[in-house]
Write a protein that binds this ligand. Structure first.
Ligand SMILES: [Zn+2]
Length: 443
């Protein structure tokens, strides 16, 4: 028995070498940045290639190369042109697709920048990019060849912005690499930015499951001065000269703080290796956003920073959906005939793919909420006992109302970090989804 264990251990030791070999067969330790424009309206979309750049060392995963854990609203794939074999794939969501369910998209065609990173290929490869509609069907597709010897692949040089390590949980090549980018901080506010950037680590690591997996992450902060201090607030006519052009009122929604200038964000990061971006906007105004494998954007100074930061990172890193509901939507992102790919909501179209395995036997579907759950739960939350809070946060069921809809979309618990700001913790389903994602990157 002991002999067998030794053999198994020896095999495990050999595994990282085998994985590294597979990566090295096809890729250099470098990053190919690919810039695209996604454009169209709610009915038709198209993808156009813009430019290729060679940026940093490769910070991404070296295992699970060809299979994204979640489907996402789109994917980028690197293919061997001769065999068609997928060498690398990543999934993502986009601001462009969020906009497509807005009324504006019924009468206007718009274009959105999107940047992606793939490992730098050793030989010519085909790059495939596609978007999926709300029924998980391909809505647009582009395939193009990239030859690594192409002289027009721009070699990005150090841009001179200063970078600082906020948190280093382990060796850089083994950790999930987050980079925090300054937005709306003047040269005189550099120290404030680095202090604010530390709050990203504080927020994440006071919440499970990030707290117990803190050694799987590293966080760096990059400072680039803006001409003006603060955030652009269009509803007040207040526009700042800031480095990545972020603003509130995205899609005319007050609290929706985003940036459409993805190329500016990537240019600002330059040659610093990273996997996930947090744009830190120097403002006390409430707002933020998180888009799966695209970016997290946060206000720096609102009292809800910790809660909102973790919620938005839940979207951007974990691919989690919002568990709250507004009321009936004109156009839903979660139609009844399709199971959403997000792990923490279901339309019951294919519930077996979700948390059915975690549900206690005999749980009715749908599950009736307790009396504690009401439209006033946010306000009443501070008056609840820990036992009541645990009941709302931990008692698994299939509760109707999630993904912006009061009907037809279901959530795993009554209250979760992905539903109300007052509830500090993720529900068991969100927790499992985040742990799976951490393990997907690091195992
Ligand atoms: Zn949840």
């Amino acid at each position: 028995m002991k002999r067998f264990l030794l053999t198994a251990a020896a095999l495990l030791l050999a595994l990282p070498g085998l994985r590294a070999q597979a990566f090295d067969d096809d890729f250099e330790n470098a990053t190919l940045r690919l810039d695209y424009v996604f454009c169209g309206d709610n009915a038709h979309q198209a993808i156009y290639f813009q430019q290729a750049l060679r940026t940093s060392a490769w910070a991404g995963r070296r295992n699970n190369l060809s299979a994204p854990l979640l489907e996402g609203n789109g994917q980028i794939r690197v293919l061997d042109p001769e065999t068609g074999r997928c060498l690398y794939a990543n999934s993502f969501s986009t601001l462009f697709q969020e906009w497509q369910v807005e009324e504006e998209a019924t009468r206007l065609q718009k274009a959105f920048e999107n940047c992606f990173q793939v490992p730098f290929p050793k030989r010519p490869v085909d790059i495939e990019v596609f978007l999926l509609d709300t029924h998980r069907n391909r809505s647009s597709y582009l395939k193009h060849r990239v030859d690594p010897s192409d002289i027009l692949i721009r070699k990005v040089a150090d841009n001179g912005h200063s970078a600082s390590v906020i948190w280093q949980g382990g060796p850089l090549e083994e950790t999930i690499d987050i980079v925090v980018v300054s937005e709306g901080y003047t040269a005189a506010e550099k120290a404030k930015f680095y202090s604010d950037a530390e709050h990203v680590a504080t927020a994440l690591f006071r919440h499970e499951p990030f707290a117990s997996h803190r050694n799987k992450f590293s966080i760096r902060a990059i400072f680039a001065p803006s001409q003006d201090s603060g955030a652009s607030v269009p509803r007040r006519g207040d526009w700042k000269r800031s480095v990545v052009d972020s603003h509130f009122d995205t899609f005319y929604s007050n609290r929706y703080l985003t940036t459409s200038a993805q190329q500016k964000v990537y240019d600002l990061i330059g040659t610093v290796p990273f996997e996930h971006i947090v744009v830190m906007v120097n403002t006390p105004i409430y707002g933020g956003g998180g888009i799966y494998n695209s970016l997290t954007i946060m206000n720096s100074d609102h009292p809800t920073f910790n809660a909102v930061m973790v919620h938005e990172f839940g979207h951007a890193f974990g691919g989690l959906a919002d568990e709250y509901a507004y009321g009936e939507q004109v156009e839903t992102p979660y139609p009844a005939d399709t199971e959403p790919w997000e792990p923490n909501i279901t339309t019951l179209h294919d519930f077996a793919a979700k948390w059915q395995d975690m549900l206690p036997a005999g749980t009715p579907i749908p599950t009736q909420p307790d009396d504690l759950d009401s439209p006033f739960v946010s306000r009443l939350w501070p008056t609840f006992t820990q036992e009541q809070k645990d009941l709302l946060n931990l008692k698994l069921g299939v509760y109707e109302g999630a993904g912006y809809q009061t009907k037809g979309v279901y959530r795993p618990v009554q209250e979760c970090r992905m539903r109300i700001n007052e509830c500090d913790e993720f529900c068991p389903v969100c927790t499992r989804a985040i742990i799976r994602m951490i393990e997907y990157y690091t195992r």
